[in-house]
Design a protein around this ligand. Structure first.
Ligand code: AMP
Length: 114
């Protein structure tokens, strides 16, 4: 838990969020500024600053990606498709320094990204 981290505050209930899923390790909630009809954030509950800070033996990737794919299936996003994005660092467009995976769906998503 990092005191001044918005996503840590969401995890501990200090800041409200629209949760879709939560377990011991992972939380999924709706992005406050959605970029697609479905825009979820999948985060580790443990504070990890970015994808670059993930310990490769921690199992974090299994949990985050596994959870995102499961939620996508449960929300019936597979047929039309979806996109998973992890912005990392300043040029990667990361604005919140707590690891999060964006799960986007519900419209045609452009490529290449902006
Ligand atoms: P990124 O730019 O990849 O770091 O993504 C951060 C995302 O967090 C953005 O899409 C924001 O809209 C979203 N966000 C910021 N604050 C909140 C919040 N309090 N609740 C839900 N989503 C948030």
């Amino acid at each position: 838990m990092m005191n001044d981290c918005i996503f840590c505050k969401i995890v501990n209930g200090e800041i409200p969020a629209n949760f879709v899923y939560s377990d011991e390790d992972v939380a999924v909630f709706r992005d406050v500024n959605p970029q697609a009809p479905t825009h979820l954030l999948v985060i580790p509950k443990q504070h990890i600053a970015s994808s670059a800070a993930v310990d490769k033996d921690s199992g974090v990737w299994d949990k985050l990606l596994g959870c995102a794919v499961k939620i996508a299936r449960e929300l019936n996003l597979e047929e039309d498709g979806y996109r998973m994005v992890i912005n990392t660092g300043s040029q990667g467009g990361q604005t919140v320094p707590h690891l999060h995976l964006h799960l986007l769906a519900g419209r045609n998503l452009g490529w290449p990204p902006g």
